[in-house]
Design a protein around this ligand. Structure first.
Ligand code: HAM
Length: 440
């Protein structure tokens, strides 16, 4: 017996009616981004492997364990083979594009958003997939355009609060931290390295390696036995210099002024190496173990690390799959379900194959006028058409030979049970009437 094919582990099909919810979320996000003057960027789904190694960081879980990488063999003598990777996140691609298209030369802040799939070979579970979707945005530009300003951080966070509120997500928590400048992080890494000398031998193999190569990443460790040790390590707040402290104080002051609530979390260092200063996550209790709805932060040195000009930036990415899970768990999704399952305006039932053509023409006309129409099949008996139509539409339009000749159609309203004769000219207006209204 041949084995049935299934979607690859960690990937899934999104089907209607759920996709209507995805579309609504994306539409609300686009509207909110437009209000803040963000434009859309679409970068390729795969990039050179080196881009992610240099930005996200060799020692991160993402780069060391989770990337889908392959050797893309040369197809001609003039080509070289190269290593390519399915993007595990989108910030690196955006900054690569910023550099490649010299967007910094405009002298202005670039405010860019993206919506698209990302790929990480993680262990799949609820809220964690190997192909998942992100809605993200980045604000990046030369320092002269104000890209380092703490007001940009606060504005991005305020925009996220606005977006989650407009989507109807209730009960989110904004967790906020500062990981300082690269010099602060160097100092912190040093403090961690020293603190880890006596502790690392008691920890997992990954931590033992990271204690030497990139001690900050020890804080990402998920091994339960290591957690009590990690809790004793120094906090990054103690390694921040005055400039970083002031920057962070200004971010929180602006959030206070705007009334955006947050919680300080000094352990929030995030699992990507490019962050500097402000880092954040919005969490939601309803998500279980994978409780981060979104994450982001500042990356003031990333452009230079990729060979570009100085271009500080800040951004975030929302896990769209997790947003959908959260909304589905909320009561308000009931409304969504009602919306999604709203019947079509009309079901057109051709009586006999000869009426198929005229029925398609009529459906085309009504759909052009903006009506939602289901087209039946001339091979169905009227009884069958009525049964199907009753499930899918408010009204059925019966199209037999007589109706086509006379131009007078039979319309039945399933809600009131009333059957009426309607001329073709009046049909569109008739079908637009609320189905509950009594009609002649
Ligand atoms: P991240 O924290 O790696 O950050 O991912 C952002 C969000 O994507 C997470 O909070 C989560 O909601 C979602 N996510 C991540 N992995 C998965 C997965 N396997 N399945 C489902 N959802 C997932 C970034 O990606 C940064 N590029 C964000 C950023 C933009 N920082 C600055 N600008």
């Amino acid at each position: 017996m041949t084995q049935t094919l299934k979607a690859v582990r960690g990937t899934r099909d999104l089907l209607p009616p759920e996709t209507a919810l995805w579309n609504r979320i994306e539409a609300v996000a686009r509207q909110v981004f437009a209000r803040y003057n963000f434009g859309e960027i679409r970068t390729p789904i795969f990039e050179e492997t080196g881009l992610f190694a240099r930005s996200v960081g060799e020692e991160t879980d993402i780069v060391s364990k989770e990337m889908y990488t392959w050797e893309d063999r040369a197809r001609a003598q003039s080509e070289k083979s190269q290593y390519l990777t399915l993007r595990p996140e989108n910030t690196a691609g955006v900054v690569r594009a910023y550099i490649e298209h010299k967007l910094g030369e405009t002298g202005q802040l670039q405010k860019l958003y993206y919506i698209g799939p990302q790929f990480r070979r993680e262990r799949p579970q609820k809220g964690r997939y190997r192909q998942f979707w992100q809605i993200g945005a980045e604000v990046i530009g030369p320092p002269s355009a104000g890209s380092e300003s703490p007001l940009r951080d606060a504005e991005v966070l305020e925009m996220l609060a606005m977006l989650l509120d407009e989507l109807g997500i209730t009960g989110w928590t904004l967790e906020l931290n500062s990981v300082g400048s690269s010099a602060d992080r160097e100092r912190y890494n040093q403090a961690l390295r020293e603190a880890l000398i006596p502790l690392a031998p008691k920890m997992c193999a990954d931590c033992q390696r990271r204690a030497v190569t990139n001690p900050l990443r020890v804080l990402d460790c998920k091994v339960p036995e290591d957690q009590p040790i990690i809790a004793t390590l120094p906090a990054i707040a103690d390694s921040l210099d005055d400039a970083s402290r002031t920057h962070f104080a200004q971010v929180t002051a602006a959030l206070d002024a705007a009334g955006v609530p947050y919680k300080l979390n000094h352990r929030l260092v995030r699992g990507l190496d490019y962050y500097t200063r402000t880092t954040f996550e919005f969490t939601h209790g309803g998500l279980g173990a994978q409780n981060a709805l979104l994450g982001g932060g500042r990356y003031d040195g990333l452009s230079e690390a990729l060979g570009g000009p100085k271009a500080p930036g800040i951004g975030f990415a929302i896990g769209l799959d997790r947003l959908v899970l959260t909304l589905q768990a909320q009561e308000q999704t009931l409304l969504e379900t009602i919306y999604i399952t709203t019947p079509s305006n009309a079901y057109i039932a051709p009586l006999g194959e000869a009426q198929d053509g005229p029925a398609l023409a009529l459906a085309r006309e009504l759909r052009k006028s903006g009506l939602r129409v289901e087209l039946g099949d001339g091979r169905f008996r009227l009884k069958k058409s009525l049964e199907i139509a009753n499930k899918l539409a408010w009204r059925i339009v019966i199209l037999g030979e007589d109706e086509v000749k006379s131009g007078i159609l039979t319309v039945k309203n399933f809600l009131t049970g009333v059957q009426s004769k309607v001329t073709r000219e009046e049909l569109c207006a008739h079908l637009m009437k609320p189905p509950g209204e009594l009609e002649a």
